[in-house]
Design a protein around this ligand. Sequence first.
Ligand SMILES: Cc1ncc(COP(=O)(O)O)c(C=O)c1O
Length: 412
Amino acid sequence: MKITRNDLEELDNRDPLNQYRSEFNIPEDILYFDGNSLGALPSATVHRVNEVILNEWGSNLINSWNSSGWYTLSETIGNKIAKLIGADDGEIVCVDGTGLNINKVHAVALKMRKNRKVILMEETGFPTDAYITQGLIDQLEQGHIIRFIKKDEILDAITDEVALVSLTQVHYKTGHLFDMKTITQKAHAAGALVVWDLSHSAGVLPIELNKCNVDFAVGCTYKFLNGGPGSPGYLYVSKRHQGKQIQPLTGWWSHKKPFAFEQNYRPKNDIGQFLSGTQPIIALAAAEVGIDMVLRADIALIRRKSIELGEIFIRLIQEHLIDYDLDIVTPRNGADRGSQISLSSPNGFAIIQALKEVGVIGDFRSPDNMRFGFAPLYTRYTDLWDAVKKLQVIMENDTWRAERFNNPIDVT
Ligand SMILES: Cc1ncc(COP(=O)(O)O)c(C=O)c1O
């Protein structure tokens, strides 16, 4: 039997997460499927940012570094993220951007495996991870190489030449979920270390960094953690690796005694060594609100709804759009994907622009990938129906062919 809109209304009514939607500021006329790129705005963020600006900064001025907890905010938020992704207190700092954090943890990992020169990365992973690593290799000048491999060949490629396996847990284009536990085990058995980029997984699926024995991880807070555009990233360093090697961006915040203003560098020997300089407090405060909200919700319920949203979306595409050349590139099996469904079409760019004009926001990743992300805290089941129906009209009428949908834009 085909799915009806009524079926989906019933699911919305019964949804144990449906109270969260009203905590977000989402325009009535928008169907938002881009929480995998920029999460929606929690209403509480507006209040919190105002409070930080007017009270903590405006009235309390520089005293707030001490009295409002600014000085330790990276660690405070890091400990909250730790609860979400299976780490302990003192293993995560919320700091800098994902790319910078990759630089820090890759540098440390390579020092820990001095005699090995190979870094394994998946060949179609998010480019910044590879670009930053290429920059690091260039700076080190020690003959490291990145070996790019196909996703199905990762386990076989982990040999005793490999220093580091660096992967994104959920692929940004296809939504494919990599097996953190198995890959980490295989890497350790071969004497290699692992770095996981959690940008597309934190906040939408249960993650067990410590149970999986992960060495290092990084991620961003602006996707499913709803931290705001360009909000700070985070990095995880397992306790067993702290205080051994120092990361190279040895700014004063990573010094043992920043306010002693000593001439020579002495590293902190805990997660604080992975800080570098003064952090953007307003942005950190905004990020904290989004993280707090995800922490309040049950991650198992989030994952269950995320998988179900994906299943229903796939069925709706099959039931209403079978006549069009839209291939589903995301794994059909819910356990094998993150929280997005991607369709491929040579006309994907224009179709996504045409959808935006009718209030359906997904995004496009070159050359042919149309991404639809599901954020279980605010995506409604009926949104799926409404979006697929609007897509059907665009496909039936060839609306996407109009010139205005085919003009290049900066951010796709
Ligand atoms: C997997 C992954 N890593 C890193 C980034 C971006 O890193 P940064 O926050 O440094 O721009 C993204 C951005 O979408 C991403 O998808």
